[in-house]
Design a binder for this molecule. Structure first.
Ligand code: FES
Length: 135
């Protein structure tokens, strides 16, 4: 089995962007997004660790995920619908994984993801241990 070197964090506490009253008997859209991603055939998730997380601080543009890997840029993606955007999220996550710096070419990103990228964060700079302790 292939190791998972890229993590797809899925906010399971995201709520729907609607003025309708929440339906208490239904799982939150974030939890539904996680379930939908986990229901995709494993081959489409190869190399990805799928991790639930509570709040990525993008509540006003939910649902939200983040794609991250050691030494790579981290991307936060939002305005995701669990019924519509699972393939787009996984396509982006695979492209992120395939790029050595986590910077997939613009043309390889699904259009919806291009328009709903909330932020990107550079990888941590590598420092020698004595540099870290002196700061
Ligand atoms: S609850 Fe999902 S980003 Fe805050």
């Amino acid at each position: 089995m292939e190791s998972s070197d890229t993590t797809l964090f899925v906010c399971v506490t995201c709520r729907a962007q609607t003025t309708d009253a929440p339906q208490a008997d239904l799982p939150r859209p974030g939890a539904r997004l996680l379930a939908a991603i986990n229901a995709v055939p494993e081959a489409q998730r190869a190399g990805l660790a799928i991790e639930p997380v509570e709040c990525l601080s993008n509540c006003n543009r939910s649902c939200t995920v983040a794609v991250s890997a050691p030494g790579k840029w981290t991307y936060v993606l939002g305005t995701l619908d669990p019924d519509l955007h699972v393939d787009d999220v996984l396509t982006f996550a695979r492209a992120h994984r395939a790029h050595e710096a986590g910077l997939p070419a613009w043309r390889t990103r699904p259009e919806y993801i291009r328009k709903n990228t909330i932020s990107r964060v550079p990888p941590l700079p590598s420092r020698a241990p004595d540099e870290v302790s002196s700061q």
